[in-house]
Design a protein around this ligand. Sequence first.
Ligand SMILES: [Zn+2]
Length: 292
Amino acid sequence: MPCVDAPADPRTSWALPAPGELPGTADLEPLVSRVLAPNPSGMTLDGTNTYVVGQPGSGQAVLVDPGPDVAAHLAAVESVLAARDARCVAVLVTHHHGDHAEAALPWGGHFDAPVAAASGTVAGPRGRVLEHGERLDLAGTTIGVVATPGHTADHLAFRLESGAVLVGDHVLGRGTSVVTHPEGDVVAYLESLRRVHDLGPSALYCGHGPELTEDPGAVLEYYLAHRAFREHQLLAALAAGPATVDELVATVYVEVPRALWPAATQSTRATLAKLRTEGRVEQGPGDSVRPA
Ligand SMILES: [Zn+2]
């Protein structure tokens, strides 16, 4: 098997805020402000980004990914709404994970605003289930609904009139995202990366970490190359003989902090599921896998 180098992350040369130094609130463009939730961790980076979107002067705004249901975070969002002289008219959610969706129904009730998401469970009984291609006329602007399954089955991105795309956990401001297992799907994830790339986004506003404005297309190309590299690494490791998933993670993710190995295990299982479907790996002795 030929040796393949790890793809280079284009963001390493960008002037992005260091981990932990993302401003708590920021006005990103006239349509969008960002509010950082106080839930930092290895998986959520600086914390969850909640976006406040609306045409200035409309008196209205939409919240995208309210995040954790924490009083301090709600207070921060309400002060941004006040600064924008806007009331919340809808709550949009990229996917069902609690660090994005937990506050959706309680805050929807608090603001008397409907919740909209791809999952009926997230949207709730008074909410709205969104589908790919819908255009939402809200808060004096139009928001496009873009299906981006892969990280989870219900994942959506939202495209703004400015050309910026709110990408949730599809793309992160730092590092790479996780294809969860068994819910996630690597083939769908790769298609969703190409779908957002084809939109030619002017910026990617991520669920975690800094906004990506310098060359969003290059980041999406890096994400595609990174997934291909991980797949290559798995096949290279299996060429040495059957291995369990834990052994593969220890080999392929040797340079990644161990705290992230549970997430790496999910992405590895998801990639093995793809390779199994393609007939390139099969069950080996015990709980190992081997090349087919
Ligand atoms: Zn997530």
